[in-house]
Design a protein around this ligand. Structure first.
Ligand code: C5P
Length: 204
């Protein structure tokens, strides 16, 4: 099954909760885009330069560890995960994610993972797993999302909201509900409420 949605709509927490209820892992595709961005930044590669970025990424392969309670990204023995949710990565990741070569690099890794799992991202239900048996798309107003996300970032809520709106704008080309997705406005719901809503809709 797939859970897509706009930035900071709660996808990872919801996907983790649903995955645990089902006893399967979840897969955070955004972490791979974030890792590509962070490694490109570190190497001094221009983030719009797909060829340079791909050469760099292929030289040192990444491994996505998909566990029900959380995902981690490894490069050899190095665990990159805790570096991937900075405001700097937030600001650059949409540029990297707009590159078709990087999208193909991410998609290949996702499709190679052993099923079943809950796939979470922007285009899981539309492009990567169009055959998924159930699809969800999470939304919430920019203000609600900024209020949630500002607890995880040093910036104030107005700055976080502005950054989210800008990221939504840049991600618009790669983020849309599949025609057969259940769209859920998470604004009025608690995390548990969203998880419960999804579990009730799932085919048995
Ligand atoms: O989900 P998360 O906010 O961690 O995703 C980070 C970024 O990765 C998004 O802003 C988007 O640019 C990109 N992304 C994407 N397609 C996906 C998942 C993430 O383009 N399936």
């Amino acid at each position: 099954m797939t859970i897509d949605g706009v930035a900071a709509s709660g996808k990872s927490s919801v996907a983790s909760g649903v995955a645990r209820a089902l006893g399967i892992p979840y897969v955070s595709s955004g972490l791979l885009y974030r890792a590509a961005t962070q490694l490109g930044r570190e190497a001094g590669v221009r983030l719009g330069d797909a060829a340079a970025l791909l050469t760099h990424l292929r030289a040192r392969p990444l491994r996505l560890e998909a566990l029900p309670e959380g995902n981690r990204v490894w490069q050899g023995e190095r665990d990159l995960t805790d570096e991937l949710h900075s405001s700097q990565v937030d600001a650059g990741v949409s540029v990297v994610a707009a590159l078709p070569e990087v999208r193909a690099w991410v998609d290949d890794q996702l499709r190679a993972l052993p099923a079943p799992f809950v796939a979470e991202g922007r285009d899981m239900g539309t492009n990567v797993f169009p055959q998924a048996r159930a699809k969800f798309y999470l939304t919430a107003s920019a203000r609600v999302r900024a209020e949630r996300r500002s607890q995880e970032r040093p910036e104030d809520v107005d700055a976080v909201e502005a950054a989210l709106i800008e990221r939504d704008r840049r991600d618009a080309g790669q983020s849309a509900p599949a025609p057969d997705a259940h769209v859920i406005d998470t604004g009025p719901l608690t995390l548990e409420g969203v998880i419960e809503t999804i579990l009730q809709v799932l085919p048995t």
